[in-house]
Unconditional design. Sequence first.
Length: 112
Amino acid sequence: MRILIKYKRIIWTTTTLILSSVVLFCAFIFVNDRPGGLSDRRMAHAMGLSGTIHIPLSKTPDDAVQQFRGLPSMQVIHREPVEGGILLFVKRFNEEDASNLQVEYARKTWLG
């Protein structure tokens, strides 16, 4: 009988440790990848900014660039996959006759 109680305690402890590890891992992913999170702070520091940037989450790289830049109209000319993300070559329309070509980098995270 004592052996059965000992095994139940071991199983309960192991299950608790595994579940708490999964919860902590998911919490770290959320804190790291949310807009204004740890990865955005590291990116702002690498760019030499004093504040934190808020990179939006989106299902597609096109939508993320459009949300981040606040572009009302843009046309993606080419997508080039690179290590860790994708390069978007975007043609932006400012005025009637003028156009602007720019390159944007988007990376995939667990949240978007």
